[in-house]
Design a binder for this molecule. Structure first.
Ligand SMILES: [Fe+2]
Ligand SMILES: [Fe+2]
Length: 186
C-alpha cells in the first residue's frame, strides 16, 4: 500500500501536467504546419505556384484562428489552475512562474498584433513582396519559435517542479480547475 502510494506520488496518476502537455502537443502540431506554410510563402515567386500559394494562405488563416482560440484558453488553465496552486511553493513574484507569466503577456500581445495583419494578407491577392515578408511572414516565424521555446521551458522546468511539489489533493484541484475552464468555453 505504502509502495503504491509512493509510486503514485512519483509517477502520478493522470496528473495536471499530463493534460497541459497534451495541449502542448496539439499546439506544436499546428506550429509545425504554420511554419511550413510560412516557409513556402517566403520562397522566391519563381519557386511557387499560384495555386499552392492560395492553399498555404488558407491554411495560415485557419491556423491563426485555431491558435488564437486555443492559446488564450491554455494560458488561462496554466495561470488560474496550475500556477495559482504552485505559487504556494515557489512564489510568483520572481522565479519560473513570473517568467512564464511575462512570456504569456508577451506572446498574447505579439499574437494579437500578428493576427490583425495576417487576416487582410490572407484575403488579398496581392503578390508577396518585401513588405509582406517583413510584416507578416518573418514575425510569424518568430512567433512560432517563441511559442516553441515557451512550451519547452514549461515541459522541462515548470511541469517537473509541479509534479514533484504538489500533493495528490492539490493535483486533483488543479485538474478540477482545468476542467472547469474547459467547460466554460463549451
Ligand atoms: Fe504557458
Ligand atoms: Fe503551456
Amino acid at each position: 500500500m505504502e509502495d503504491g502510494e509512493k509510486q503514485e506520488k512519483v509517477q502520478g496518476p493522470i496528473g495536471p501536467t499530463h493534460l497541459l502537455k497534451e495541449e502542448h502537443r496539439g499546439t506544436l502540431l499546428k506550429l509545425e504546419l504554420l511554419e511550413r506554410a510560412l516557409l513556402y510563402l517566403l520562397r522566391p515567386a519563381e519557386e511557387t505556384t499560384l495555386e499552392r500559394v492560395e492553399i498555404e494562405k488558407d491554411l495560415l488563416k485557419d491556423l491563426a484562428v485555431a491558435l488564437d482560440k486555443e492559446i488564450g484558453l491554455h494560458f488561462r488553465k496554466e495561470e488560474e489552475a496550475l500556477f495559482a496552486i504552485l505559487a504556494d511553493y515557489i512564489g510568483k513574484e520572481y522565479g519560473p512562474i513570473e517568467v512564464m507569466l511575462r512570456e504569456h503577456e508577451k506572446l498574447c500581445a505579439a499574437f494579437v498584433r500578428w493576427k490583425k495583419i495576417v487576416s487582410p494578407f490572407c484575403r488579398s491577392g496581392a503578390p508577396i513582396d518585401e513588405a509582406v515578408r517583413k510584416v507578416v511572414l518573418d514575425p510569424g516565424l518568430r512567433l512560432v519559435n517563441l511559442l516553441r521555446l515557451h512550451i519547452q521551458k514549461e515541459n522541462q522546468i515548470l511541469f517537473e517542479i509541479s509534479e514533484s511539489s504538489l500533493t495528490g489533493e492539490e493535483k486533483k484541484e488543479v485538474i478540477r480547475r482545468i476542467h472547469a475552464i474547459s467547460a466554460e468555453e463549451k
